[in-house]
Write a protein that binds this ligand. Structure first.
Ligand SMILES: [Zn+2]
Length: 115
């Protein structure tokens, strides 16, 4: 196989993977999340597509000697129907929290909020 053929073949695969990633993200963003009880109150149970929810990235301040900075905390969202603040960790547990941190770009938008 010639070098040019190898590069062309690789580019076809890269393009194919990009298309599959886009398709996967589109389907994931159409999944719904249910408004649940949290320490902010009682959930209404409404299901909302991820693509229609604003992801709230909480931030917390870390004050280590000579290294003061902000770090990402948990992900939250306000239910579009009732307005209740939901915590993704309450709904999906610790594993879900990590998963949604990776997938937060699927949400309608992302805002940051100091804890
Ligand atoms: Zn609700």
């Amino acid at each position: 196989m010639k070098l040019k053929s190898i590069r062309e073949e690789r580019q076809k695969l890269v393009d194919r993977i990009a298309k599959l990633d886009a398709l996967e993200n589109k389907l994931l963003s159409q999944k719904t999340i249910r408004c649940c009880d949290s320490n902010y109150g009682k959930g209404c149970g409404a299901k909302t597509k991820i693509k229609n929810i604003t992801y709230i990235q909480t931030l917390y301040y870390v004050d280590e000697a000579y290294n003061e900075h902000w770090e990402n905390g948990e992900g939250q969202f306000d239910c579009p129907k009732c307005g209740l603040r939901n915590r993704l960790i309450d709904i999906f547990g610790q594993k879900g929290r990590e998963k949604f941190c990776e997938l937060k770009y699927l949400f309608k938008n992302i805002i940051e909020k100091e804890k």
